[in-house]
Design a protein around this ligand. Sequence first.
Ligand code: G6P
Length: 481
Amino acid sequence: KWSAICRARDMKLYIISNRLPVKVSEKNGTFSFTRSEGGLATGLDSLQTAYEKHWIGWPGICVDNDSDKQAIGEKLEELNFHPVFLSDTQIKNYYEGYSNSTIWPLCHYFFAYTLYKDTFWQAYREVNKRFCETICRLISPEDKVWVQDYQLMLLPGMLREAVPDLCIGYFHHIPFPSYELFRILPERAEILKGLLGADFIAFHTHDYMRHFISAVERVLRMNFKLDEIQLGNRVVRIDALPMGINYDLYHNASTQPEVRQAVDRTRKLFGDHKLILSVDRLDYSKGILHRLRGFAAFLEHHPEYHGKVALAMIIVPSRDHVGSYAQLKTKIDEEIGSINGAYSTMDWTPVYYFYHGFSFEELTAMYHMADIALVTPLRDGMNLVAKEYVAAKSENPGVLILSEMAGAAVELTDALLINPNDTGQIERAICQALEMPVEEQLRRLQNMQKIISTQTVDKWAADFTDEWNDICRKNISFRKK
Ligand code: G6P
């Protein structure tokens, strides 16, 4: 079996995530296929691997009739994407419910937003089971199955039960909260047992890893030896592996003609204003309101910058059927309206607001142009926007202002690190960035580029698979004894 694992090229790697990297939508009976948003899909989609890569996940649309399912399925299968279709009720209770109204707020330290409902939990189990059945239908026992993220935490355990010798990995893309928070969850033991079905579990940072170990030790009363725990005839290993980006793609983007055209359009729109950029999915964890308040305080206290600075705020719609997200959208609209109402003049608008996704070309043009990237999440597993901005700076300067609550802050220490809850600190960081000498901007960018050009998404995946292979090999030889 081990020789089979080593012959990576003959083997298939199945990436399993709630969402496929392609999102299907329907208009007048015609289906269209677009890229999915979020760090997981964008990061993993560009991954190059020695394995034959397959992807299993939800295609982002609920369809009832079998012929539509077949049509979508056939198109996706051409790309080695295998859809798991979910019903409206499952999306409501598993995706909007347990995943995004229970686990997500809890892991991001918003426990006041956390809803506990048995219907959510039942749907979460049901959908994890459905994924398990689809995987078992598609794979051979010697394939590798890499489960992604918090929507599928029961899946490793279910797969272990169904195919005991399967090589299973799990990566957690969001924060793993401290034990004191995690213990609040009624299903804490089931979730931890589900995760421990994997051979190898990794997180973005050592803190998340430490919190996970502490939760296992205290909830399940099991003991780790350093980064490993023995469970019957197998060992589970834990590690911290910060996810990276496709560095070259972003770094060389501005040489593409389409991007250059987008740069020209961006320049026309913003003129010679200093440009502050913010890019996020709509999410309360991203600290968008805190950022707007910081910017408003900056405008209030620094009239000398009026007419000279503009904030471009790109918000990608997300989870807008979840109550807390819909309410946030209303508050953001109000806050932006109030800033623009107070400060706009006949020839200056302080906040440009875009509530839709940008194409790669438009986004990288904005990265290229922006004098400052303002990234202020209240909690964030990693935050790839911060890395993309730094990577996209090939010749011109720029300053990254980054929340210390983002996983990316561990690596990007040459950013201006701020506490997003401190409005005064955001305001001061904006001033510092605007006044920072170009040589210092370039020096800080280069220091950060050194790190992210080495720790790319491919390196991250290679590190993950190396360590995962190592532990699978140990487990297989242990079982043979
Ligand atoms: C975060 C999560 C991903 C998720 C993405 C987009 O990055 O870690 O698992 O896919 O957000 O969220 P959505 O709910 O639209 O899939």
